[in-house]
Design a protein around this ligand. Structure first.
Ligand code: G6P
Length: 355
């Protein structure tokens, strides 16, 4: 658990570096706390909510990317219809009677999220790092991330915690609805229990390479991120981190969409960050952009990766969570190399309390 003395930068250059670094330990704590309830399918019981028949996630920014992961697992493994709505775009006309709203917000004070909570069609679950926030007070149940205050403006450790919370909720639904044979549940929980160590390893590996890559990438004005399927939310989050921290343009697209536009941006030296998901085939896009001289940075598995963060070629149901440690380090190290104020990027606020 987070302790009060942990608000400084400690041995780290800035708070963001510290928060990236400590996320593996928080993940371990979350796994320890919640996996037993996931195993018995009782996470929803613990929150005093019925297992939902239908879910709408509401979130902004990094929290929205995290929500995408939970929604995908919920759809795929629990067979629960669900969607993710950008809170500022929420339209009550789209609500479905009885659906559970899951508002994902680190601060619990984001005005767009709070505004979207008028006239909900069913119960509200808050997934937040602030159990005393406006959102938490308004909710029927609260999933407290409990990872301690996040002081860097860019979300890092709370993103990882939100992803895990979404996966716990989704897997618990799958177990409770009898969607998983016992053997697959055991296998999934083993994989889930290995994520803290995978995050830790990925972070160490990324730190090792980040300076050299930041040096190489510093002159580049724009970045492309590419992924498929379950890796997409992580690629999108990596692009957002890069923009927030470095003030460089970053776009994220599904691999298949490159040929419909983004490919025109690729010139010799353009960095293309490829976020792999084990089995997801990205060879074609790597070939296409390499042929045009792109500087391809693979975050994945096997030979030739800039960040070889995956330790196996098979994908996880929740995608390559460990890749986020590398993407966060890349963005932070490049920002520091460019002389940016890493903890307080220009024009941004930690908590946006206006709509
Ligand atoms: C701000 C922060 C982001 C965060 C977003 C949503 O824009 O700078 O890091 O992802 O708000 O915040 P929330 O507190 O609702 O998760």
């Amino acid at each position: 658990r987070w302790r009060p003395e942990q608000t400084g930068t400690g041995a780290h250059a800035d708070r963001t570096a510290r928060e990236i670094d400590e996320q593996a330990d928080h993940a371990a704590e979350l796994v320890r706390t919640w996996v037993p309830s996931v195993r018995s399918g009782r996470v929803w019981d613990q929150l005093a909510l019925p297992v939902p028949e239908r879910v709408r996630f509401l979130a902004c920014g990094s929290s929205r990317h995290a929500a995408e992961v939970g929604a995908r697992v919920l759809r795929r493994l629990a067979g629960t219809p669900c969607e993710v709505t950008v809170a500022s775009e929420h339209d009550p006309a789209d609500q479905v009677p009885g659906e559970l709203t899951v508002a994902v917000s680190q601060s619990g004070e984001t005005a767009d999220v709070l505004r979207a909570l008028d006239a909900l069609p069913g119960p509200l679950l808050a997934v937040t790092n602030s159990p005393t926030s406006s959102l938490a007070r308004r909710a029927d149940a609260v999933f407290d991330l409990g990872v301690g205050p996040e002081l860097g403006v860019a979300a890092t450790k709370t993103f990882t915690a939100q992803v895990l919370a979404g996966v716990f909720l989704a897997l618990s639904s799958a177990v409770a609805r009898g969607r998983l044979p016992r053997s697959s549940t055991a296998e999934l929980l083993d994989e889930l229990s290995a994520t803290p160590e995978a995050l830790h390893r990925a972070g160490r590996l990324a730190l090792h390479r980040a300076d050299e890559l930041a040096e190489r990438l510093a002159p580049q004005p724009g970045f492309l991120f590419v992924a498929r399927g379950a890796a997409l939310p992580y690629a999108a989050e990596g692009a957002l981190k890069l923009e927030e921290l470095t003030y460089r343009w970053a776009q994220c697209h599904p691999a298949g969409e490159f040929k419909h536009g983004p490919l025109a941006l690729v010139e010799p030296g353009t960095p293309v960050v490829v976020v792999e998901d084990g089995a997801a085939a990205l060879d074609t896009i790597v070939h296409e952009v390499s042929a045009r001289g792109a500087d391809v940075l693979r975050v994945g598995w096997g030979e030739g990766c800039a960040f070889g963060v995956l330790d196996r070629p098979e994908p996880h149901a929740w995608g390559p969570l460990e890749s986020i440690a590398a993407l966060q380090h890349l963005a932070r190290t490049l920002a520091a190399r460019l002389g940016r104020d890493v903890d307080r990027p220009r024009n941004l606020a930690k908590s946006v309390t206006v709509v």
